[in-house]
Design a protein around this ligand. Structure first.
Ligand code: GLU
Length: 420
């Protein structure tokens, strides 16, 4: 039987492989292989029926080399420490590659939030905030949304933290509701960024985006926004999936209608109930469809070795964190697939988080045009530096992105001086 997938081992291998290409000495980058702080907490929550349940939560700060730690909080039944560590490390590299002044962190709770009432979810969030309180703060570590967390959850975290501080501290989290200091443009920022990166890569490989067929895995904050933004650019979204099933329509899916459908009703409707000329397909079928562009926008380790051998798309833009395993990446590269790596492709969210934090600290409000313009500018600049590095060193865009990031981090380590 093959070894169980461990995302943090994948991170370490990526760091080592990149350092080799860069010709670094182990002592120059060894700290990057270790998270600076890891906190595990037990979270007792009174359930609506009067019983008490104890959940497990985490906050990992991978690196504060280039600034305060930054990264989302995930609520999912599969959250565990190795995953949180990997996600925290990816945040460090993501912030470095797009050159925003943050280190990387991530948090999570092992919970299926769909099984909790709104009140239970609020109690869990407040308890978690209180438990990680010594670690977080606007100058230390700033959480944000990730899978299954949203502006409402960020609002509770902000409130709980402010209760302890004794005054409002909007800058402790990003992705908050606009009314309490959230930023315009934050909720759709990751998906919009995926569109920018898709547009740039299509331009570089000399293929038109108009009429290009696209398959997207995931229809959450990232997948849905990317789908709508790409459709506006003239692309044809032929397949999309959510947790229940995949949908395929060769003529193209009406993604705006699909979004309205999933938002209608009490509980989010599942794709299973959607008709409108679409045919149901499996996850594997979606990932191996004969399309121009594939966008994994769900979770880690979706494009495995087995899937990679059958991928027919010539361009992959990684909306999710860590969707492609290292082994799969090799196969895709051999098969000539161009991949815009996660740490670049999905950086739009943390970039607009950075704008939100800056607005909070300065008590300023930017308009949406300013935010969109600044996000696009940062992302295109990062894309070009990754592209140029990859060309110059004759490596993949993923290795190019890691070279750009690790180079900045190693430089910061050297400037900050000797280790004790
Ligand atoms: N969770 C998002 C990510 O993985 C956003 C993090 C942030 O805005 O801090 O990039």
């Amino acid at each position: 039987m093959s070894k169980k997938y461990n995302p943090y081992e994948q991170v370490i291998k990526t760091i080592d492989d990149t350092a080799k290409v860069m010709g670094l000495k182990e002592s120059q980058y060894v700290t990057l292989k270790h998270a600076e702080r890891e906190l595990t907490v037990s979270l007792p929550v009174k359930m609506d029926d009067g019983t008490v349940k104890v959940f497990k939560g985490y906050r990992v700060q991978h690196s504060a080399l280039k600034g305060p730690c930054k990264g989302g909080i995930r609520y999912h039944q599969s959250v565990e420490i190795e995953e949180v560590k990997a996600l925290a490390a990816w945040m460090t590299f993501k912030c470095a590659v797009v050159n925003i002044p943050y280190g990387g962190a991530k948090g999570g709770i092992e919970v299926d939030p769909s099984e909790l009432s709104r009140d239970e979810l609020e109690r869990l969030t407040r308890r978690y905030t209180a438990s990680i309180l010594p670690l977080i703060g606007p100058e230390k570590d700033i959480p944000a949304p990730d899978i299954n967390t949203n502006a409402m959850v960020m609002g509770w975290i902000m409130d709980q933290y402010s209760m302890f501080a004794g005054y409002p501290v909007p800058g402790v989290v990003t992705g908050k509701p606009i009314d309490i200091g959230g930023s315009l443009g934050r909720s759709g920022a990751t998906g919009r960024g995926v569109m920018f990166m898709t547009r740039e890569i299509m331009h570089r490989v000399g293929k038109p985006i108009t009429g290009a067929s696209v398959a997207i895995q995931g229809f959450g904050k990232v997948g849905a926004t990317a789908a709508i933004a790409l459709q506006k650019q003239g692309a044809k979204i032929v397949a999309i999936s959510d947790v229940s099933t995949g949908l395929y329509n060769e003529q193209g899916l009406d993604v705006i209608k699909l979004k309205e459908f999933t938002e209608s009703g009490e509980k989010a409707k599942l794709f299973k109930d959607y008709k409108d000329g679409a045919k149901a397909i499996s996850n594997e079928e979606l990932l191996t469809l004969d399309v121009d562009i594939l966008i994994p926008a769900a979770t880690e380790n979706q494009i495995t070795e087995k899937i990679a051998a059958n991928v027919k798309a010539s361009v992959i833009v990684e909306g999710a964190n860590g969707p492609t395993s290292i082994e799969a990446d090799k196969i895709l590269t051999q098969n000539g697939v161009t991949i815009v790596p996660d740490i670049l492709a999905n950086a739009g969210g943390v970039i607009v988080s950075y704008f939100e934090w800056v607005q909070n600290i300065q008590s300023l409000m930017w308009d949406i045009e300013e935010i969109n313009r600044a996000q696009e500018k940062i992302m295109i600049r990062a894309f070009n530096s990754v592209w140029d590095t990859a060309q110059e060193k004759d490596v993949t865009l993923r290795t190019g992105a890691y070279i750009v990031a690790i180079d900045k981090l190693v430089r910061a380590r050297e400037i900050r001086g000797q280790m004790m």
